[in-house]
Write a new protein. Structure first.
Length: 301
């Protein structure tokens, strides 16, 4: 399996960190390179894209992928960590009703300002916020612009717990959303449960349970949940090549000439835009064009 490269769409279970998932898979299949895209907290379950081999070089390119979540918000309590694991620091007797929740969710559309949770990995003067929180230091995280595409009320799990669906972009904190939504509804709130249901093209349907994966004696590209390296980069235009000389030059980081027949006449190449070169659906390079000459930025062969 060490020669494989691609993505594993793993369904992470509860009570296990994203790092622990990586460690288990790496140890089980004796993998030299492995990494994940988009951390899930131990109290969250769901889709965790895992890159294998040279595909780890692509992780920085997929943070633009849209993510979908299903979360339960518990009303009337704010916690130190903005989820159910943290100490309750503030309470409210007001419990919003479904009609009010549905109406106020309309506020969350497009670009919004959001303050990351104190129990997060953002840096404050060079130190991780969660470490400062652990040391009981007084600090505030800086607000940043994030994008939300949809916020939809699903149902009422319990009288004081509501289920909501979120579709968002990179850097969006679900725990911050719960906290801020509570304030908008004149109450307090935190994340009671969280499930990530989609990351780009990766969904629950094309994922593999971690336990099922670890029961396998060996891994192969045909197993459920295994996807080629290009599968997470469908928003970047790709050019398929099979010429040995081009592949050899690319492997040495050389600028290569792309055959005009491989470039659609209607396509106007943008000098500032990133493109992919692929071979048998495996990404061999990410780079830019100068006319019909491809300049590799990163090489994966």
């Amino acid at each position: 399996m060490n020669d494989y490269q691609g993505w594993l769409n793993v369904y992470k279970p509860l009570n296990l960190s994203s790092f622990a998932v990586l460690h288990k898979i790496k140890k089980k299949f004796n993998l030299s390179k492995i990494g994940h895209a988009g951390t899930l907290d131990p109290l969250a379950e769901g889709i965790l894209p895992i890159a294998i081999g040279k595909t780890t070089k692509l992780i920085s390119f997929i943070h633009r992928n849209i993510k979908e979540y299903e979360l339960e918000i518990k009303w009337g309590e704010q916690t130190l960590t903005d989820d159910r694991e943290g100490k309750i620091i503030c309470v409210s007797s007001y419990i919003p009703q479904s009609k009010e929740i549905t109406e106020k969710l309309k506020i969350f559309r497009g670009n919004i300002l959001q303050r990351p949770p104190k129990a997060s990995a953002v840096k404050i003067n060079g130190q991780r916020a969660y470490k400062l929180l652990r040391n009981m230091e007084n600090f505030e995280t800086k607000k940043k612009i994030v994008k939300i595409y949809e916020a939809k009320f699903i149902d009422q799990s319990y009288p004081n717990v509501s289920k909501i669906k979120i579709i968002c972009g990179k850097g969006f904190y679900i725990r911050s959303f719960a906290r801020d939504f509570g304030e908008i509804l004149n109450t307090k709130a935190h994340v009671y449960s969280l499930k990530r249901t989609k990351v780009g093209k990766f969904t629950i349907k094309n994922s593999i349970l971690l336990d099922d994966l670890l029961k396998m004696s060996e891994m192969a590209s045909g197993i459920r949940g295994f996807h080629p390296s290009i599968s997470m980069l469908d928003d970047i235009l790709a050019f398929e090549i099979d010429e040995e000389t081009i592949l050899k030059d690319i492997s040495h980081g050389k600028i290569v000439k792309i055959n005009k027949k491989d470039i659609p006449k209607s396509l106007k190449l943008n000098d500032d835009k990133l493109y992919l070169l692929t071979n048998k659906k495996i990404v061999v390079s990410v780079g830019k064009f100068d006319g019909i000459f491809f300049k590799p930025k990163k090489v994966f062969v």
